[in-house]
Structures are given as C-alpha cells and as structure tokens.
Design a protein. Structure first.
Lengths: 355, 273, 348
C-alpha cells in the first residue's frame, strides 16, 4: 500500500514539474532568437561563472583543510612511519602545486576567452617546444617521486634477519582476529586449517600438534607489543581474504588463505605516550563530546548511554570479507618491555590450553 | 578553350560556396554507388526501432539503456549514502525499496555490500562502457569517417541485444532470494566463490557472472566492428592523420577491448564455470 | 570451475562454516592478477572515449584547432599501451613479491606523463580561443578539471609505499570517483549535449543544461573532495557503518556533508533527464550544423537515413580542425571543403 502511495506521489510530482516547466516556457516572451545555441550574453555569463568556480574550488580546498584537517591520522607510531609521512607530505606538496596552477590556468582561460562575435581565435595548432616543456617537466618531477617512493618502499618491505625480532602471527577469520606469539622458543609452530577441529575446537588457529615448536605458542585476542623492538607479523587467514590494517603504524598486508604474508615494523610510541600527545588529546576530547551528545539522545529514548572513549591503537580488517567486515577489529597495546614480558608470562601456552 | 560559366554551389548546412565548374572540383565522389538500394528497403516497426541494423538507431538504443541503468546505479548509491550518513537509522525509503533486507527500515549489512557491488558493476560496465563507448562509437564512427554504416550492421545489432540481455540478467539478479552478488565489483575469491562465506555468493554471484559473460560477448563483437570499420571504410581523402580525435580514441579503446575481453572470459570460466 | 567442479585455481586451505574445504594449492592472488590485468585497461576503456569526446567538443566550441594533434594521438596510444602494464598497482599489499611492487610503481607513474600532456594540450586549446559556452563545452571543461584533480591523487596511490596506508580506504574511493565517476561521466554528458541534434534532430534546452552543469559540478566536488580526508583518517571502504569504532566518530559529520551533496547531485540529474526526454518531443528543431563544426557527421541530413548520405559520400580534403584559419571568411572550414587555390593543408 505504501509502495502504491509513494509511486503515485512520485508520478504526480513529476507531472507537476513537467507542467510547471511548460508554463514557465510558455509564459516567457516569444524568443525568435533563441535557437538553444549559446549567445554572446550566455558566453559572458558562463565565462564569469567559470572563474567563480575556480574560487569555489580553492575555497573548498582551504575550507576542507581547516574544518576536516584534524581527522587525518596523527604522526606515526612506528619507525618507518616517519619516512612514510615525509614521502606523503612531499608528494602532496608536488601535486598541490600542480593542481593550483593548472586549475587556475584552465578556469582563468575559460573566463578570459569567453566568446563573442568580435573575437577571433588564434589559429595555433602545434608547438614542439611547448610539447617538450610539458613532457620533460612532468617526467623529471615524476622521476623524482618514483625514486623517492622506491627507496621508501624497499626500506619498508625489506625484512632483515633479526634474532631480536618478535614474531607474531595475525590470524584472520570471519569475523575476528587472533594473535599468536612464538613463545619461549621464538619459533611459531606449523599450522593449517585442517587442524582446527582437533581438541574439540580448542585449537583456535589450527596449530599442528605434531610440531613441537607449537607447544609454547600463545594465542590471544588482544595484541600487545613491546616498544622499540621489531615485530615481524606472519599473516594468515582461515576462510576468505582479509587485510591487517594498522593505520597508526603505517602498516597493511592482506591475509590470504593458503599463503602466509609478512610485514614488519618497529613501534616507537607506547599507548600511554600516544594518549598524551596533544593532537590525540584534542581528538579524544572531540570524540567524547560527540559521544556525550549522542548519549543524551539515547538516554532520552530509554537506551543505554555510550561509554566514554580512550585512545587505543587498532588493527582493522581492510578487505571486504562478508557481513561483519565493518566490525572486525583487535586492540593493539604498545607497552614497555617489562610490562610486555609480565603480560606474556601470564598467558596460557597452546599445550596448557588444550589439556 | 571555350569559356565556361563558373557554377557555384553552397555546401549543405554552411555558408561556404565552392566552384563546381570543373568535375574534379565536385566534392562528392564515392566508390559505393551500389548502396542506392536503401530506399527500396521496406521497414516495419520491428526492423526500424527494435532490431535495427542502422548504427544511429543502435547508438540511441545503447544510450537509453545506459541511462536507465544509470538511474538504477545512482539510486543505489543514494541508498547506501543514506546509510553511511545516518547509520542504522530507519528510513521509509529502505522499507519500500529493500523490503526484506531492511527490517524496520534499517538496512541489513549484507544488502549494504550488495548495493555497493551492484552500484560499481552497473556504473563501470553498463553506464560508462556501454552508455559512453557504445553510444558514441556507434553514432560517430561511420559518420565521422564517411562510411554508410558499420562494417557489419548485423553484428552491431547482435552486440546491442547481447548488452540488453546482460542488463536484464543483472537486474534480475537483484531479486534472487539470497541476494545479489555482494563481494565488491572486484569479486575476489574466496568470498565471491563460496556461498558459505556470504549469501550473495550463491545464485546472485552466478547470475552476475552470466550477465558479465553476455556483456563481454557484446563488447567483443562491437569492438571488432569498430576496428574493421575505421580501418577499412574511411571515405576518399580520410587518411588516418585526418581522423577526428574522437575516432582515434574509439579505435584505440576498441583494440584494448578486443585484446582483454578474452582474458576476462578465461578468468570467469576458471573461477566460476 | 572452482565453484561448480571443485577445482582449485584460486582457492586453498579454507575452513568455513565449521568445515574444512577440500581446495588445495590455488591462490586468490592469481585471481587478483587476472582480474586486474583486464580491470585496469577496462578503466581506460572507460576514460579514453571521454577524452576523445572532450577533444572534439573543446575544439569546436573554442573555435580553435585542438592543440598538438600528433601529441594527442601519441598520448592515446601511449596510455593504451601503458595501461596494459600497470595492473599490479591495485595489488601492492596482497603479499606479492615487493619487487613487483617497485616495477608497477614505475610503470604507473609513467602513465601520468601522457595524461599530463593531454591535460596541458586541452588548456592550450582554450587559450586565445573564442569560447562558445554551450552546455557540452561546460562539461568538457569540467572533465579536464576533474581529470586533473583525480589524476593527481592517482599519483599518490600509484606510489607503492604510500599505498600501504591508503589502500582500500576512502582515499581510493575519492580518487576513482573523480576520474571515472565524474570525469568520464562528464564526457557522457558533453557527448549527449553536443550530439543530441545529430541523434534526435532537435536541440536540448540550454538553460536547463546550464543548471544541470553547475549543480552537478558543485555537488560533485562537494561529495568527493572531503572524502579524501575521510580516507586519510584511515577509514576503510566497504564498511557498513563506522559506529563500532569510536575512533572514527569525528568522521561522521563529514559523511553527512558528503551524503547531502550526493542527494543534491542526484536531484540535478533529474533536470538532465527531464531535458533529455522532453527535448526529444518538444525541443527546438535543429539546423544541420548548429555548432558550426568541421567533422563529417554534420554534413549528413538531419532526418536519419540508411546509408547516411543521399547520393555520394563526401570526399575529404583536410583535417577536422581548421577553425579560425587565417585567410578564411568563416571561423570554420568543414573537412569536405576542398583547399582553395594557394591554400596549404596544415602540416600537423
């Protein structure tokens, strides 16, 4: 019934708009000149609007930076993240420069050369010099960006041999994350989904029970990392593609079933330190204000208020994986070496867990 | 030599006068006199508007179909934008348009993914490839190079109707019980391959694939037509370097299309056949 | 075959819904390679016709030859060729060998060069022109504008190192919508407004065209510009809602702004649809060559006929861009007009 009413109203509204437009057309004085081709007056008006549009583009850019600039990720919390951020801002400056100039030229010319009967266009069809200019200059600029980018990429993706590194497996499934530490022996046990059904489902990540290295592995649902120590992630998936995205550390790597992907970084800021950073303090204040306002509405309608927010590093899923793709996260806590060791000693190993 | 009176005539549609005294100055020369039979060809409503082999009519058919699919695609984008701006709020329009996928007017997460998937598929393939390339290549290639029609009007008609069937199947996939394909327009497996991973990966995904198979067949035939027409049917004096840039763009696009259509068929068969 | 016949091209080691599936040895990454090997050229299949249309509409309406014909053709060919070797830039963080990442960064940033050449050529075509702002021209200029903006953010994404933190965030969504959803779509609109007289023998209403353009242009930037910030905040795409992450609560109001602009953009398309449909029946009847264009399609009769031209097909004597040629009374000379005595064809 509702559908019928909605459709009828839509049809009636369309008919009304159609008739109104017809009335507007008919009520205008008959315009023998109007053959729907742009006149000098039109050109003048549209040319001016083009220039105003340039102001709009610039205005929108500046406004967005002011109003939305604070949602951008804060300074990174990892060592390579600093290189990343530097490359990002360098690239942005280059493209902003190009954007500003080209949009200005385009819209200014559109305005300046708006047509009229008296004007004659310049028959200028070719210039090898100009073509050379705007082939060579972009090539040089891009070559610079390519080289800088490649150095950064190789730097981030090269994982050197490091006995000191902490090896952690990130295990993705529909729809949560688990982390597995290598334990005392520093070696992760072999694992495969075929072992998931062993031990009445207690083998949470499918560790191969015949591999002795797996005995002391520790499976948790909250990732703790010691600060200033390299962590090498081995990323696995149980079912479909997922992606381990840790934006504050500038880290991302797909979790592919049938493959074990690697990514490494060195966190250099603890959760405590991060919480004290001014931009994070600002952000948390802003978020809590939003949550407080929302809670008032909720309480008014008889619902429970929202918990206040405290900053935490996050691991998010970043590859479409099904219905709850939007709700697949794991908290990451970066802490001092002592706190980390204390925490990990309290966890159960695989052998203990499946007894 | 006897003096000839200079005869002049205006080029149709312009104010340009040319001297047509000498036969060699007469501009209209063609090698295909045998195409005069056209006005003896009797047309029914069906052959004129529905199964036309005339490239201009086919281009209009592509445009109208592309615009209709565009309306569907844009409507979907507005639906999921409503959800993103006011998450988990109840909207009457969700109730009306999404039916069982929006209990109490709140959008279901599965249908959100289905909407973004189908929105992407429709806009990239049906609106921008067929509606843009299909319409204008068909309209402009013969007219701008000076040809009577495409190299094969029949194949052209087939390619449009394959496109139409593809659109119909894609729309039909929206009404499947478990929902349409919902693994993103990129349909990565395993999510898209396993019905256990997501309801939309069952019949909805199969129909998506069938629709794309028809679409690729349509693109392939159309692209072959464009390439052959541009290379072979240019009028006298129309060298490659006198081609308008539109024709160059359509030609190169068609070449890319022909080369890469085969890949998508191969990939679709290995994953889904 | 993976789905129906149980082969393992793309699947391996999967446990789902409580059971281990039998697939062994396949790789989803193989699928990604196959998909993007077509997928990337596909987006250039979408873009190149739009650029071709822009060339035609801009030169006709600026009453100037398109600048750098050979460079334009060369860049179309270069873009087409390069588009076949950049597909991996969609896959930097799939776990493929990082060396491949370097290769694809290199080729992807290369493709920016012919694109830049085209953009600068369009701008030079407008310079010192006599611009007729028909609705098609507005969209063609809008196409160049959004192509530049979108293309530049593509340079950021094409850099593999930067892609690490931007992949699958709203930054990517903003980028491809600007180049595909706006730029290529403007190409479609420009084409429709420009060739409507050729398709339907009538003119579209230009005032409605102006309204359609300006509302669309403002809302298009309004939707996708703020979206870059949402992406740089780290928000992943294809998320049904962000309320599960208090961290993203401050992005919520940007989403509202984006949606409002999107609704406005949607409404503006209704103006276009109305114009399109009503002009078919009530539009002013068109003359043969309303835009005073040089190309051959405007020499065919308004009423469509099989075979396009009555009698013989026009014979071509010159390139299509003799606009405002010195020595000519009119500011355009159609392709089928023979060269005057002493007139030389431009070496282009």
């Amino acid at each position: 019934m509702t559908l019928l009413l909605v459709l009828t109203s839509l049809i009636l509204i369309s008919i009304a708009v159609w008739q109104l437009t017809k009335i507007l057309e008919l009520s205008k004085p008959v315009d023998y000149e109007n053959n729907e081709i742009a006149t000098d007056k039109d050109n003048d008006m549209q040319g001016k609007l083009m220039f105003l549009f340039l102001i709009f583009i610039y205005g929108l850019t500046i406004f967005s930076f002011f109003k939305y600039g604070d949602v951008i990720l804060p300074e990174s919390a990892s060592v390579h993240g600093e290189n990343y951020d530097r490359l990002l801002w360098f690239s942005f400056s280059v493209i902003f420069f190009v954007q500003t100039i080209t949009q200005a030229l385009l819209h200014y010319f559109a305005f300046k050369y708006r047509g009229n009967k008296k004007r004659k266009a310049l028959f200028f069809a070719d210039s090898n010099f100009l073509e050379g200019v705007w082939t060579i200059i972009p090539t040089i600029a891009l070559a610079g960006l390519i080289l800088y980018g490649l150095f950064t990429w190789v730097d981030i993706m090269t994982i050197e041999e490091n006995d000191e590194a902490l090896v952690v497996e990130l295990y993705a499934q529909q729809f949560n994350w688990k982390a597995r530490y290598a334990g005392e022996d520093g070696v992760l046990g072999d694992a495969n989904v075929r072992f998931l059904q062993d031990f009445d489902g207690k083998n949470l990540v499918g560790i191969d029970p015949t591999d002795r290295n797996g005995d002391d592995d520790i499976v948790v649902q909250e990732l703790h990392l010691p600060v200033n120590r390299e962590v090498v992630f081995r990323i696995r998936s149980q079912d479909v593609l997922h992606s381990a995205f840790m934006p504050h550390f500038r880290a991302q790597m797909n979790a592919v079933p049938g493959m074990i992907n690697q990514f490494a970084f060195i966190p250099n800021t603890t959760t405590q330190e991060m919480r004290l950073r001014p931009e994070i303090v600002e952000k948390v204040k802003k978020i809590n204000k939003i949550r407080f306002d929302k809670s008032e509405e909720l309480i008014a309608s008889g619902d429970f208020p929202l918990d206040p927010y405290e900053f935490d590093f996050l691991l998010l899923c970043n590859k479409i994986c099904g219905a709850s793709h939007y709700n697949m996260q794991m908290k990451i806590i970066v802490e001092t070496e002592e706190k980390f060791n204390k925490w990990i000693d309290e966890q159960q190993t695989f052998k203990e867990f499946v007894q | 030599m006897a003096q000839k009176n200079n005869r002049r005539a205006k080029i149709v549609g312009t104010d340009i006068e040319v001297d047509i005294t000498e036969k060699k100055d007469v501009i209209i020369e063609s090698h295909d006199e045998d195409h005069e039979h056209d006005h003896h060809h009797k047309e029914t409503f069906i052959t004129k508007y529905i199964f036309s082999i005339d490239h201009k009519m086919i281009s209009k058919q592509y445009l109208i179909t592309g615009l209709i699919m565009g309306i569907v695609g844009i409507a979907m984008s507005l639906l999921f934008r409503l959800q993103l701006a006011w998450p988990e709020e109840s909207f009457g329009v969700f109730d009306v348009l999404l039916g069982k996928w929006a209990t109490d007017g709140v959008m279901d997460p599965n249908v959100y993914l289905a909407l973004v998937t189908i929105h992407g598929t429709i806009m990239v393939f049906f609106v921008l490839t067929a509606g843009l390339s299909g319409t204008f290549s068909n309209l402009l290639i013969p007219l701008q190079i000076g040809a009577r029609d495409m190299a094969s009007g029949f194949l052209n008609m087939i390619s449009y109707w394959l496109f139409f069937i593809s659109s119909a199947i894609m729309i039909a996939s929206l009404f499947v019980e478990a929902g349409p394909a919902a693994a993103g327009w990129t349909i990565y497996p395993p999510l898209s391959a396993l019905p256990q991973a997501q309801p939309g990966s069952a019949a909805g995904m199969t129909l998506w694939l069938v629709s794309m198979a028809f679409f690729i067949a349509s693109s392939l035939l159309a692209a072959l037509n464009y390439i052959v027409t541009v290379l072979n049917l240019r009028t006298e004096g129309m060298t490659m370097t006198r081609l308008p840039l539109t024709v160059w763009a359509f030609l190169v696009t068609a070449i890319i299309g022909v080369v890469f259509s085969s890949i998508i068929i191969c990939r679709s068969i290995t994953n889904y056949g | 075959m993976d789905r129906s016949f149980g082969t393992s091209f793309f699947l391996s080691d999967i446990f789902i819904q409580g059971e281990v599936l039998h697939y062994q040895g396949g790789s989803p990454v193989l699928f990604e390679h196959l998909f993007w090997f077509l997928g990337h050229p596909e987006v250039y299949i979408v873009l190149l016709p739009a650029l071709g249309i822009a060339s035609e509409v801009i030169s006709t309406n600026a009453r100037k030859p398109i600048f750098g014909y050979r460079a334009m053709v060369g860049s179309i060919l270069a873009i087409a060729f390069l588009s076949t070797i950049v597909w991996g830039h969609h896959m930097f963080i799939t776990g493929m060998n990082p060396f491949l990442g370097s290769v694809f960064t290199f080729t992807t940033l290369l493709i920016a060069i012919p694109s830049a050449v085209k953009a600068f050529n369009y701008i030079t075509t407008i310079w010192k022109g006599n611009i007729q702002f028909n609705p098609g021209m507005l969209f063609a200029i809008g196409l160049v504008s959004t192509f530049i903006t979108g293309g530049l953010t593509g340079i950021i994404l094409g850099d593999s190192a930067l892609d690490i933190n931007l992949h699958d965030t709203y930054f990517v969504v903003a980028h491809f919508h600007l180049v595909m959803g706006i730029s290529a779509l403007y190409g479609l609109f420009a084409g429709v407004y420009h060739w409507y007289p050729r398709m339907f023998g009538r003119m579209m209403n230009k005032n409605l065209g102006y309204i359609h353009f300006w509302i669309t242009a403002i809302s298009a930037y309004g939707v996708f510009f703020p979206m870059h910030f949402v992406g740089m905040a780290g928000l992943p795409r294809r998320y049904y809602t962000n309320t599960n992450f208090p961290y993203f609560d401050d992005v919520a109001n940007i989403n509202v702004v984006i949606t409002l602009f999107a609704l406005l953009a949607g409404a503006a398309q209704l103006v276009f649809l109305y114009n399109f449909i009503s002009s078919m029946f009530y539009g002013k009847k068109s003359i043969m060559n309303p835009w005073r264009s040089n190309t051959l399609e405007w020499t065919a009769p308004i009423k469509h006929m099989h075979g396009n031209w009555p009698g013989k097909i026009p014979h071509v004597f010159r390139w299509p861009y003799d606009y405002s040629k010195p020595g000519s009374k009119d500011d355009f000379i159609p392709q089928n007009v023979p060269l005057k005595k002493g007139e030389k064809e431009l070496q282009h």
